[in-house]
Write a protein that binds this ligand. Structure first.
Ligand code: FPP
Length: 233
């Protein structure tokens, strides 16, 4: 078999364990998140080198709004400064940036920066980096259902097939994830890509997110290459 066939088109990561990594070192949770940004850089580089076309990251869930104000503000700030600092690298390495999630919950300043980043990277790209931010799987399904109800006649709504519903999700046009990785030893989906992950392969590792770098990413790709996907057949 052509070895390329074994490269997942879309790899998605539930980045977990920043807090535990920091606490174990007597550091603040925010320092753990900052170190987590280094892992994002490393995994993006590994994705580019491996020919993975879509890398998506669960960076902030709808439930994460319930964390302390200080931690939430810190994550918003990391997101904002990260977009500013990475723009040139994304342009140089042909990376398109997309953010998917509940945009109205974000500040005007952050929304403006996201729009600018998406626009600036939309033209010449080989790899797509998607940040799921203020996202949850149930939120996505519910907003898709409301959108379909607004845009379709009752007859069209009743006749809707599964692939028609895809086009109302925030992920329209993006292939479903072939591989979902979760770090830090937790064995849960945590309200992530509930619809889109129906046939995804899962890879769980005890490694905490700040220590999940290029080598670990490539090990996950190797594990994926050994799997046999049957789609229920
Ligand atoms: C999980 O660790 C991680 C997050 C909730 C946020 C992920 C964020 C980053 C990697 C930083 C980059 C951020 C942006 C916005 C680009 P945790 O805090 O749940 O860890 P714990 O389970 O050990 O407490």
């Amino acid at each position: 078999m052509d070895s390329n066939k074994r490269i997942p088109k879309h790899v998605s990561i539930i980045m977990d364990g920043n807090g535990r990594w920091a606490t174990a070192r007597g550091m603040s949770r925010s320092q753990g998140h900052a170190e987590g940004v280094e892992s994002i850089r490393a995994c993006l580089q590994a994705a580019i080198e491996s020919g993975v076309e879509y890398l998506s990251l669960y960076a902030f869930s709808e439930e994460n709004w319930n964390r302390s104000e200080q931690e939430v503000m810190g994550l918003m700030e990391l997101f904002f400064t990260g977009m500013k600092s990475e723009l040139q690298l994304f342009l140089d390495t042909h990376v398109r940036f997309l953010m998917l999630g509940n945009r109205p919950r974000l500040s005007e300043k952050l929304n403006k920066a996201i729009d600018e980043m998406e626009e600036a990277t939309s033209k010449d790209y080989q790899t797509t980096l998607i940040l799921f931010f203020s996202y949850s799987g149930r939120w996505d399904i519910l907003q898709a259902m409301k959108k379909a109800a607004r845009e379709l006649t009752p007859e069209q709504f009743q006749a809707m097939e599964q692939q028609d519903f895809d086009s109302f999700l925030s992920t329209r046009g993006i292939p479903d994830p072939d591989l979902i990785i979760r770090t830090s030893g937790e064995l849960r989906i945590s309200n992530y890509l509930l619809w889109q992950g129906a046939y995804s392969e899962f890879y769980f590792t005890d490694t905490l997110w700040p220590e999940f770098r290029q080598k670990e990413f490539k090990q996950a790709l190797e594990a994926y290459a050994m799997r046999e996907r049957r789609y229920g057949k």
